[in-house]
Design a protein around this ligand. Structure first.
Ligand SMILES: Cc1ncc(COP(=O)(O)O)c(C=O)c1O
Length: 485
């Protein structure tokens, strides 16, 4: 647990602590780790369902909507089938994600195709099935027109936009709607595009799209973007284009820590010398020349609003009335992290407890950044962590957490965390809230196998949904495999 005695937020509702052992949704985590080995990803059906229900409160505030789960957040077939059963659609960003979603039973009309580099094959498959494509960048319109023409068909598209006047709403690495982004078409070009697109005989421009970025905790950022899109709907109308859909992408942030704990962590990281960060780096902070002070520029790891409250706030008046005025277009949301982020955790085993040459505590665990992609995407990422096999509290132990890969930057936490006691070799450490993007960069670095994933069902049973790789899996593409075995 973090040094600051923090409220456990969402996990509180699902967690029991019995004789120092952790149980989540009735499942003893140490038992799971012993049964399946580590590192181990675990996702919980009850939490996924609860998260889905929070998004579904849209039913009350804005009836004409569609939820498309962002497959990239956690591409597990059992999870996709579960969501498909709830009636959820999919945001897919490659032909592979598309096939995966279709195989899980998600109907084409509930799929939105994203990506800034779509192959001809991906575009063709979408056109053939009538799947709506979020065009990104503008040049894709012309390519897609040719593709659709060759198929003697029509491409249904939303125009993905960026260049919005928003700043510091999340980490720059996952902020996707400003000026410095590879995604979308500049909003200042939107009107021209509306007129140009009319010359493209096989394009049906039927919607507008923006994905602000990931881990956005500010409702106002969404409100600002939506206001701009609503104005553009009127411009499209002037050009004779009927906008039937607004896709607001994903990005609602989740809490990785409680409010108090997160505030204190930020303050401590900012303290002179940054003694709580790896290499004493100003992690997450940058100097703001206007304000003449250090300003937090990374992600916010505390989200004051759960998705239901976020939705209630965003789709109340005046935005609700404005949407009505433009004919209540279909509102698409593409949540990933908000559905699975805090429905999952990762268990590692402690290998060593040591010190760096400059005297910093460091624990070494049996999985690296390839099992914990957040530490690559946003190095300032923090997770609640805990010893789960026996968490009797002694003196808190403040430490960095290193992975098992052969490079110095392979750290699972670059901000010192505090455990209830000094761990020992063989202890299990849990990282909470790792359901989204943890295996985004999963690889066989150092030829380690990729971890297994277990789903805990609502009735408290564990089911292996992705098995751990074996030696032959790791080398399955190597033409010399037969010689090796
Ligand atoms: C186009 C698009 N939609 C949806 C998402 C999902 O975002 P999140 O997981 O933050 O909800 C992403 C991920 O960044 C994305 O790129």
């Amino acid at each position: 647990m973090m040094e600051e005695e923090d409220e456990w937020g969402l996990w509180d509702r699902y967690m029991d602590k019995i004789d120092g052992r952790r149980k989540v949704c009735g499942m003893d985590l140490a038992e799971l780790a012993n049964k399946y080995g580590t590192p181990l990803y675990v996702i919980f059906e009850s939490i996924i369902e609860d998260n889905y229900k929070k998004y579904k409160t849209l039913e009350k505030t804005y009836k004409n909507h569609l939820l498309c789960y962002a497959v990239k957040a956690n591409a597990t077939f059992a999870l996709l089938k579960l969501l498909s059963g709830y009636g959820v659609g999919a945001d897919v960003a490659s032909e592979y994600e598309l096939k995966f979603a279709l195989d899980a039973g998600i109907p084409p009309e509930k799929i939105r195709a994203n990506g800034n580099c779509k192959s001809d094959y991906f575009l063709e498959e979408c056109v053939k099935r009538g799947i709506i494509i979020n065009v990104d960048p503008e040049e894709e319109l012309y390519i897609l027109n040719d593709v659709a023409q060759k198929l003697g068909s029509e491409a249904r598209v939303n125009l993905r936009l960026s260049g919005f006047p928003l700043e510091n709403i999340t980490s720059p690495n996952i902020f996707t709607c400003g000026g410095w982004t590879k995604f979308g078409t500049d909003i200042r070009r939107a009107r021209d595009v509306f007129w140009n697109v009319k010359k493209l005989t096989n394009i049906n421009l039927q919607g507008l799209m923006v994905h602000l970025g990931s881990q956005v905790t500010e409702v106002n950022a969404y409100a600002d973007a939506l206001n701009i899109l609503i104005e553009l709907v009127k411009d499209a109308d002037d050009a004779g284009i009927k906008i039937e859909e607004i896709d607001l992408g994903g990005g609602f942030g989740i809490s990785y820590m409680g409010e108090k704990g997160w505030k204190e962590t930020k303050e401590k990281v900012k303290e002179a010398g940054f003694h709580r960060t790896w290499q004493d780096a100003p992690l997450g902070y940058a100097y703001d020349t206007k304000r003449e002070e250090l300003v937090w520029q990374g992600e916010e790891f505390y989200a004051p609003l759960t998705p239901d409250l976020f939705i209630e706030r965003l789709f109340s008046d005046p935005l609700q009335s404005k949407l009505k005025e433009i004919g209540s277009p279909l509102l698409v949301l593409e949540p990933g992290r908000g559905i699975v982020g805090n429905a999952g955790l990762t268990i590692f085993k402690v290998c060593h407890v040591g010190k760096t040459p400059n005297g910093q505590n460091i624990i070494h665990v049996d999985g690296g950044a390839n099992c914990n992609s957040q530490s690559i995407i946003t190095p300032e990422q923090v997770h609640r962590m805990d010893i789960i096999n026996d968490d009797k509290r002694e003196d808190p132990f403040k430490t960095f957490v290193a992975g098992n890969l052969c490079y110095t930057g392979d750290l699972l936490s670059r901000i010192k965390i505090s455990l209830g006691r000094k761990p020992m070799r063989g202890d299990f450490i849990v990282f909470y809230d790792t359901g989204a993007y943890e295996d985004f960069f999963a690889s066989n670095a150092n030829l380690f196998p990729r971890p297994a994933r277990v789903m805990v069902s609502k009735d408290g049973r564990d089911k292996l949904v992705v098995r751990r790789e074996e030696y032959t899996d790791i080398f399955s593409r190597d033409m010399g495999l037969e010689e090796m075995i």
